[in-house]
Design a protein around this ligand. Structure first.
Ligand SMILES: C[S@@+](CC[C@H](N)C(=O)[O-])C[C@H]1O[C@@H](n2cnc3c(N)ncnc32)[C@H](O)[C@@H]1O
Length: 281
């Protein structure tokens, strides 16, 4: 039975509580791999520069929606060093985890907040709003529309919303994701008073291949196999030097494949995740 936002909420309350209880260091909270992070973070920085977003330390008021275990919080704290960073999640367990593991920085605070709430009360506006791996967890059309309306309301006039999406040609429903087609996604964005300003691939083999629509046991399955084998091989390396070499190799394969798609095909047709930059219309 496909999950609703309420089911997903309950799932994350359990999951973040379990992970927080089991964690001995921030390394135990990481669920992306080093290849995935290196590629995605590089594309993120490049896109911000291409969009002319000021990223010198102290320049940005930044909102992160659905912060989870803090993958993007860490990236923002280390590389963008915003004036203020507000991390939010609708799971109270996530906020507890974030405060425990990422709560030391003076510029960072965390809030329990549901981005789909009609009465969402977050001080804004924000120059940069990051929404990574959240919106496909909002299957209900009315909640999705409210989430986009909230993003529009919280965004500074010249601000940018950065969303990670898959943008396949056809909408796909899995148990816990509604992966909207590029057409459905764009129509909803427009209705909320926003526009797509840029699309960049942030993973080729390294992220879920949900950018490829079609049956589970088709091309998507082959991409999943490559991803799983890569993780197994890198994870099974006997020493740090071999792990570094293999990681570097996979990063280079990802970079080359993304560059090829971007130049000769179209970033929107990248098999993996995309970074979608939105601005006010
Ligand atoms: C897949 S995790 C992504 C975490 C993090 N952004 C990342 O990319 O690593 C999705 C997160 O979004 C949160 N979430 C889902 N729906 C939400 C909503 N309506 N408002 C705020 N957070 C939500 C979940 O609790 C979960 O922590």
């Amino acid at each position: 039975m496909p999950m609703t936002q309420d089911d997903i909420h309950a799932h994350y309350e359990r999951d973040w509580t379990r992970r927080n209880d089991a964690a001995r260091s921030t390394a135990d909270l990481v669920y992306s791999g080093p290849v995935q992070d290196a590629v995605a973070f590089e594309v993120y920085r490049t896109l911000l520069a291409d969009l002319g977003v000021r990223t010198e330390a102290g320049a940005l008021d930044l909102l992160d929606v659905g912060s989870g275990s803090g993958r993007w919080i860490r990236f923002f704290q280390e590389t963008l060093r915003p004036r203020q960073l507000v991390g939010t999640d609708f799971s109270a367990a996530a906020i507890e985890l974030l405060e425990r593991w990422h709560g030391d920085a003076a510029n960072t605070r965390f809030r329990v907040a549901d981005i789909t709430a009609a009465d969402l009360d977050l001080e804004g506006p924000f120059d940069l709003i990051n929404v990574a791996n959240v919106l496909f967890h909002v299957p209900e059309p009315d909640k999705f529309a409210r989430a986009l309306a909230n993003l529009h309301r919280l965004l500074a006039p010249n601000g940018v919303v950065m969303i990670t999406e898959f943008l396949p040609r056809a909408t796909m429903r899995t148990d816990w994701m509604l992966v909207r087609s590029r057409y459905e996604f764009e129509a909803a964005i427009k209705a909320a008073g926003l526009r797509i300003s840029a699309v960049r691939g942030i993973g080729f083999f390294g992220t879920d291949p949900m950018g490829i629509d079609g049956p589970d046991d088709g091309v998507r399955h082959q991409f999943c196999q490559v991803r799983a084998q890569t993780r197994r091989i890198i994870g099974g390396c006997a020493d740090d030097a071999s792990r570094r070499v293999l990681t570097e190799l996979m990063i280079n394969i990802e970079r080359a494949a993304l560059a090829y798609v971007s130049e000769r095909v179209a970033p929107v047709d990248t098999p993996g995740q995309k970074l979608v930059a939105l601005r006010r219309r």
